[in-house]
Design a protein around this ligand. Structure first.
Ligand code: ADP
Ligand code: F6P
Length: 320
């Protein structure tokens, strides 16, 4: 029976990470385990920035964005020496199991530490929803809703000025935020890495729509495509319609998590502790057809996540 576990958040933060930490801490305590919070991801594990948590440590955090444990990127943990230092720290404190809330990079680290004998469970925490083994990642819903609200605001001013608004949303490696936000905001065009695009075609279609009375246009661009300013400039040159580019940026990573993020984070955090309780490690937790499941970390990392091309097509077909 595992007696002491740790929990950390790593990589880019995501709204709902606090809800996951809260679930891990409270579940573990309810099962008679001791829980240790590790600050700043693997950095804290290497330096020993670790503190014991109780029920009250996670009071009043479920509704807060960010992460009370802080987060960091830790290049040292990519080395065998770094992992060995972290393992030594775990041994010193007596941490036998660790919940790692983060993305694929953090899971690679968790696999390395699992190989050294610490039972690690990964929970998918990233706004990008770009983790292949799960339908859903903690933070995705909040980020999309934030992006949607901001694009709605941009639409107001774009409308008043008869402009093209080119809006870049986050998603370095994947267009999931872009396609969903695009649908939700009734974007005229969605540009992601997953679907080829042609600026001449987009500009010609805009001119056609203009001739039928349309006066303003919202174009959503995924961060992975980049060049939003260049796209805006090119569309302005090709159409003669004034264009502005806006990069929404890190504002999408903050804010109070939505209900969905709080609930999924709680379900996943609870499940992670159940696995550790059974002495199971080297797993990643995910959502499949609405159910919580788990996978071997290496298997999870080898999976490919499909892009919702159907959703992209629907958006294109019904846009005007
Ligand atoms: P995310 O977890 O969001 O994908 P990163 O890719 O920045 O974010 O990874 C977070 C941390 O996980 C890194 O700073 C590093 O400490 C650790 N990590 C990333 N990749 C590896 C790897 N290949 N091997 C071991 N640790 C890794
Ligand atoms: O992975 C989440 C994410 O927000 C990406 O969409 C973005 O590219 C990246 O993190 C930015 O990370 P940072 O600026 O914190 O390095």
């Amino acid at each position: 029976m595992i007696k002491k576990i740790g929990v950390l958040t790593s990589g880019g933060d995501a709204p709902g990470m606090n809800a996951a930490v809260r679930a891990v801490v409270r579940t573990a305590i309810s099962k008679g385990m001791e829980v240790y919070g590790v600050r700043r991801g693997y950095v804290g594990l290497i330096t020993g920035d670790v503190f014991q948590m109780d029920e009250k440590s996670v009071t009043d955090i479920i509704h807060n964005g960010g992460t009370i444990l802080y987060t960091a990127r830790c290049p040292e943990f990519r080395t065998a020496e770094g992992v060995a230092k972290a393992k030594a720290k775990c041994d010193e404190i007596g941490i036998e199991g660790l919940v790692v809330i983060g993305g694929d990079g953090s899971f690679r680290g968790a696999a390395d530490l699992s190989a050294q004998g610490v039972l690690c469970i990964g929970l998918p925490g990233t706004i990008d929803n770009d983790i292949a083994c799960t339908e859903y990642t903690i933070g995705f819903d909040t980020a999309m809703n934030t992006a949607m609200e901001l694009v709605d605001k941009l639409r107001d001013t774009s409308q008043s000025h008869d402009r093209i608004s080119v809006v870049e949303v986050m998603g370095r490696g994947a267009g999931h935020i872009a396609v969903n936000t695009g649908i939700a905001c009734g974007a005229t065009d969605i540009i992601t890495k997953e679907v080829p695009y042609d600026l001449d075609k987009i500009a010609n279609t805009m001119l056609e729509k203009k001739s039928k009375g349309k006066q303003n246009f919202v174009v959503i661009v995924a961060e992975g495509v980049g060049h939003s300013q260049e796209i805006a400039t090119a569309l302005q040159e090709k159409t003669g319609i004034e264009a502005r580019a806006t990069i929404l940026g890190h504002v999408q990573r903050g804010g109070s998590p939505t209900l969905r993020d709080r609930v999924e984070a709680t379900r996943m955090g609870y499940y992670a502790v159940e696995l550790l309780e059974q002495g199971i490690g080297n797993r990643v937790v995910g959502l499949k057809e609405g159910k919580i499941v788990d996978y071997d970390i290496q298997e999870a990392l080898a999976m490919q996540k499909p892009y919702d091309e159907k959703l992209h097509k629907i958006a294109e077909q019904i846009a005007f």
